[in-house]
Design a protein. Structure first.
Length: 85
């Protein structure tokens, strides 16, 4: 069985400003309550190290692969959570 999580948010800002903030992995803890840290490259095919920690829960580390990285357009990765993905 395959599952996907798709998120879309409308932001009232220029795409260049949004991309600049989004592509700055060091800034994620400043604005994301869920993604506490990201390490790695945004290049297609690279593997990231992503620390997820929903409020009140333990941290989990994922190692997703970057599927698509088009500046000002799209950033997509695929990772697995829990037993069996």
């Amino acid at each position: 069985m395959s599952r996907s999580v798709v998120t879309e948010i409308q932001i009232n800002a220029e795409p260049s400003r949004v991309w600049k903030e989004f592509s700055n992995f060091d800034s994620f803890p400043d604005w994301s309550p869920f993604i506490r840290e990201i390490r790695g490259s945004m290049e297609k095919g690279s593997r990231l190290e992503v620390a997820l920690q929903p409020p009140g829960n333990k941290a989990r580390v994922l190692n997703p692969v970057v599927l698509r990285s088009e500046p000002l357009e799209e950033f997509r990765w695929r990772g697995k959570m829990g037993p069996g993905g």
